[in-house]
Design a protein around this ligand. Structure first.
Ligand code: TZP
Ligand code: MG
Length: 213
């Protein structure tokens, strides 16, 4: 894929941030070791989302971390983000690819092998798969089995990132069992001490990598 390491994929959610602002929290997540950042804003209007994305882009650029915008192809292009992430209810993968062109990164959320193969065929650069565990951020979403995650990983040749309820405690076994390329984390990263959370999570990811060698 276009120059992106998906192993520690941090996703923002302002609802977890109590006393510090989003930019501070992102700085801390980067210090702690995220390798890519997705800006996920569910409640902002287009104008506010755009200005927020511009500010975030300054930070991610400064640290050399790729920025992926969730849901919004237009905002990803407007702020010259590195890519966009779409789900099964957003613009179809093929159309998102057509709009963003060949150079930008396109991530797609999938829940089964069929969707995974289709997304790869339609131009996805990586897949998000989950929820692999019950998620405090998306409590209504039904989890998918570890064996389904494994099957998805085996069915495609683009990177696969697991998401949903991932913590420093459960990611080691998950990564070993499924062989996914990375983990995407929201609540376990952005609640409490963000830098400490990120550092702990990153350490476990490194342990998985050492075992792989
Ligand atoms: N898609 C599947 S689960 C999820 C998304 C966006 C939320 C993940 O958040 P958390 O807090 O890491 O479980
Ligand atoms: Mg979406």
């Amino acid at each position: 894929m276009k120059n992106m390491n998906v192993k520690f994929y941090g996703i923002t959610d302002r609802s977890y941030l109590k006393d510090h602002n989003l930019i501070d929290a992102i700085e801390k997540a980067i210090k702690g070791g995220i390798t890519v950042l997705q800006l996920r804003e569910k409640g902002l209007n287009s104008r506010d989302f755009y200005y927020q994305a511009l500010k975030v882009k300054e930070v991610t650029d400064h640290h050399g971390i790729p920025l992926i915008v969730n849901d919004r192809v237009d905002i990803a292009l407007a702020v010259v983000a590195d890519g966009v992430h779409v789900g099964q209810e957003d613009l179809p993968t093929k159309i998102a690819r057509k709009i963003i062109g060949k150079e930008k990164i396109l991530g797609v959320s999938v829940e089964n092998v069929e969707q995974a193969i289709q997304a790869q065929k339609d131009g996805a650069d990586y897949l998000g798969v989950g929820p692999v565990f019950p998620s405090p951020t998306k409590p209504e979403a039904k989890t998918i089995s570890i064996s389904e995650v494994k099957k998805i990983k085996e069915s495609v040749n683009i990177p696969v990132v697991a998401i949903g309820g991932i913590t420093a405690e459960n990611l080691y076994d998950l990564m070993r069992e499924t062989n996914v390329d990375g983990v995407a984390v929201i609540s376990a990263l952005f609640s409490g001490d963000v830098e400490e959370n990120a550092t702990r999570i990153r350490k476990v990811i490194e342990k998985v990598e050492i075992v792989k060698i």
